[in-house]
Design a protein around this ligand. Structure first.
Ligand code: ADP
Length: 191
């Protein structure tokens, strides 16, 4: 199995690049943001609870998100590997993921971290808000999401650095050039 974490702040291009990566490497895509938005759209009890946090730019509680990941892993036992997009977003989530993967004897192989400047992130998220219809893509909430990222998510980079799994990739440039840089790192690990 080959397991990859695509890491980076909101607006760093994780979703766009995940789509390209899953196609090329046939990995199963697990995006906690997508799963949560589907729960919200279906008005499930989990979705109703999660929406309160998401609309304020805050992270959904760890136990909710970890439970979601655990069922998603169980639902695809024959996967060649997974790409985790928007997860883990806290050190507690990263720990839980390691424990879940230990049962499968298939640890995280690489963590690719997309590096994008704060100004660029804000302008991308604001323009995405104009077309996405996402309730969390407005200026106030964007500022809160970036704050939440610095407080709770950026320590996850250090967690993986300590395990020598983190590779930083410049996240500004064309989608293709960033994709090529990501593929080069994945291919080097697959060899
Ligand atoms: P973005 O990468 O643009 O911030 P996502 O689609 O990944 O957007 O996430 C949107 C929202 O969903 C987050 O602001 C947060 O409220 C919630 N969310 C997504 N993934 C997680 C996670 N792993 N842990 C906690 N909350 C999450």
């Amino acid at each position: 199995m080959f397991n990859l974490v695509l890491f980076g702040p909101p607006g760093s291009g994780k979703g766009t690049q995940s789509t390209n990566i899953i196609e090329k490497y046939q990995l199963v895509h697990i995006s906690t943001g997508d799963i949560l938005r589907a729960e919200v759209a279906n008005e499930t009890p989990l979705g109703v609870e999660a929406k309160k946090y998401m609309d304020q730019g805050m992270l959904v509680p760890d136990e909710v998100v970890i439970g979601m990941i655990s069922s998603k892993l169980d639902a695809t036992p024959d996967a060649k590997g997974f790409i985790f997009d928007g997860f883990p977003r806290t050190v507690a989530q990263a720990d839980a993921l390691d424990n879940l993967l230990e049962f499968k004897n298939s640890p995280i192989n690489i963590v690719l971290s997309l590096m994008v400047s704060e100004d660029e992130l804000k302008s991308r998220l604001i323009s995405r808000g104009e077309v996405s219809g996402r309730s969390d893509d407005n200026e106030d909430v964007i500022v809160k999401r970036i704050k939440e990222y610095h407080a709770k998510t950026s320590p996850v980079a250090d967690y993986y650095k300590g395990k020598e799994k983190l590779v930083e990739i410049p996240g500004e440039g064309t989608v293709d050039s960033i994709f090529n840089a990501l593929c080069a790192e994945i291919d080097a690990k697959l060899d």
